[in-house]
Design a protein around this ligand. Structure first.
Ligand code: FNR
Length: 371
């Protein structure tokens, strides 16, 4: 369908499913094991209800904000999703260009199918970018990568901590990875040795990830960069407190889009308990410690629910990925506009004129299973 017939982020997914080659669809859409967690990521948002306030003069609503000190036109950032060229010849650059145009922040994946420098070169002069890091067994390689990113102006480092090994994504495993005829994955494969070619894309590209990563490594990361460090993939209050004590600048409550430990809870469900735990350890909101949420966010109403419950901002992975599969950069443009339109309408209907007015009392989260 023409782009002007796309009304919401779900429409982009429906288009991607029809037009993508089987292998790309399997890699993007798959989640681990029985795919319970990916289902719950969406379902959790649907268990939270709004408590809208009325008669507040909502003529103008304003959601201006910053993420880790960087101006963002939405309380949403583009989360890292690997191998963009499986979905569109311009891959991640579709995200970079649209993000630059609209003042949205993109998190560059370690496993991007465009090179890191190509992506930074496609950005506008002052466009803020974040970097997602998979830590290599070769720490010198990781150090060079991180320091290069900082030199090129990247504003924050998101270290993925929920993937010491990639989950079993069985849809993807049923596809054979054929390095040579697969330009997107071949590029990543070039830099790594010993890739397994017979178990899907995920396994093939991930063999360099260091499973020995531990809390003891955090001071080393602190010593090699001045960028804010965020741990991506935290699920419990225990680990949230450890992260705070380790001196990092934030966490992402995430289960990697359901692609890692199946039947782990959604970020949204974990948010309430984690915020409650952090509140016992100092000021809240804490200007030096951000709490992000991702997983299943497809509507501005989802965004508003997470923010009301204490999230600093939310990440979207597949929503933007599917937008460029069918329509390239223009699809991402449209996805951003859709979220902005939905935000404006929903803030009016909710009676929140700005993000400060978005308080926990505006949602009823009593149906979340942790409550
Ligand atoms: C991801 N995600 C991810 N995360 C990460 O830290 N490094 C990575 O390389 C990838 N790659 C990746 C590929 C694909 C195809 C998907 C769908 C996801 C996880 C991503 O950053 C984010 O946590 C989830 O995508 C959020 O869930 P939604 O928005 O996709 O539901």
């Amino acid at each position: 369908p023409p782009l002007d017939e796309i009304l919401n982020l779900h429409d982009f997914e429906a288009v991607a499913k029809v037009i993508l080659p089987d292998k790309a669809w399997a890699y993007y859409s798959s989640a681990s094991d029985d795919e319970i967690t990916i289902r719950e990521n969406r379902a959790a948002f649907q268990r939270v209800w709004f408590r809208p306030r009325i008669l507040r003069d909502v003529t103008s609503v304003d959601w201006s904000m910053t993420i880790l000190g960087q101006k963002s036109s939405l309380p949403v950032y583009i989360s890292a999703t690997a191998l963009g060229k499986l979905g569109h010849p311009d891959g991640e650059l579709n995200l970079t260009r649209a993000a630059g145009k609209h003042g949205v922040i993109q998190m560059i994946p370690t496993l991007a199918s465009c090179s890191f420098d190509e992506i930074v070169d496609a950005a506008q002069p002052n466009q803020p970018l974040f970097l997602q890091l998979y830590v290599n067994r070769d720490r010198n390689l990781t150090k060079r990568y991180v320091q290069h990113a900082e030199e090129r102006g990247v504003k924050a480092l998101f270290i993925t901590v929920d993937a010491p090994q990639l989950g079993r994504r069985e849809k993807d495993m049923r596809m054979k990875f054929i390095g040579d005829d697969d330009t997107a994955a071949a590029k990543v494969q070039e830099n790594q040795s010993n890739v397994k070619k017979n178990e899907g894309v995920s396994r093939a590209i991930s063999s360099f990830i260091d499973p020995s990563l531990s809390w003891k490594d955090i001071p080393w990361f602190r010593s090699i960069t001045k960028m804010p460090i965020i741990l991506k993939g935290v699920s419990t209050p225990e680990d949230a407190i450890l992260a705070l004590e380790a001196g990092v600048q934030g966490i992402v409550l995430s289960n990697h889009g359901g692609r890692q430990l199946d039947t782990s809870r959604s970020g949204l469900e974990n948010l309430i308990d984690i915020v409650a735990a952090l509140k016992t350890r100092g000021p809240w909101p804490n200007p030096n410690f951000s709490v992000f949420v991702d997983g299943g966010v497809r509507r501005a109403s989802d965004v508003l629910k997470a923010l009301a419950l204490g999230a600093s901002a939310v990440g979207i992975g597949r929503g933007f990925l599917y937008a460029f599969c069918g329509y390239g950069e223009e699809g991402v443009d449209k996805a951003i506009k859709i979220i902005a339109d939905e935000l404006e309408m929903n803030m009016r209907l909710l009676g929140a004129r700005n993000l400060k007015e978005l308080v926990p009392e505006m949602v009823d989260a009593s149906a979340l299973s942790s409550h």
